[in-house]
Design a binder for this molecule. Sequence first.
Ligand code: ADE
Length: 222
Amino acid sequence: MKIDILTLFPEMFEQVFEHSIIKRAREEHKVEINLVDFRKYSLDPHHKVDDTPYGGGCGMVLSCQPIFDCIDAIKTEESKVILLTPDGVCYKQSIAYDLSYERHLIFICGHYEGFDERIRSLADLELSIGDYVLTGGEYASMVLVDSIVRLIPGVIKEESHRNESFNENLLDYPNYTKPRNFRGMEVPEVLVSGDHKKIEAYRREESLRKTQNRRPDLWNKE
Ligand code: ADE
């Protein structure tokens, strides 16, 4: 998979994709991540990328030209263009799964007070990572890259994400490791019983119980 991130702040991403699973996925060429500074596409003599809003109001609005030209330069038939914006569709695990099978993702990070509405016409999908407003789409695109890349086939063992939170709208079951007793807190007996059927049933039960208690919104989904 190839991921191009259109941003005015490529330095914000330094280090971010250089650790752990994402680093390994890049080294093994399972994903290529490019930071594209769309200011370079501005035709303005001073490389301006924004302007005042029509109709008045405070703040600056990202202009069409640099972003349209940048997309024209990098988009192919295989590309899926995603605009990060607080008024997009709310991101969730099932979207991460779908996107992990794409060949080329292009993320457009908005910034400042907003972007020219016509920029939306470039996007195949508009995504928000939650009901709060960030200073720009940069942090949102980091979240997307992390959650998508780990799902690319071959990046981590499939069994590692088969049972994890949000699959089937359920939260994850609790995990324990050694020691069996830590400061008086015991590992549930069933997990050391060696009875795999019972362990599976316990985990399922805990997963259902936790979802019902913590996320009734997920629980009530069909
Ligand atoms: N840009 C600003 N806020 C955002 C959010 N919540 N999700 C995605 N992009 C954003």
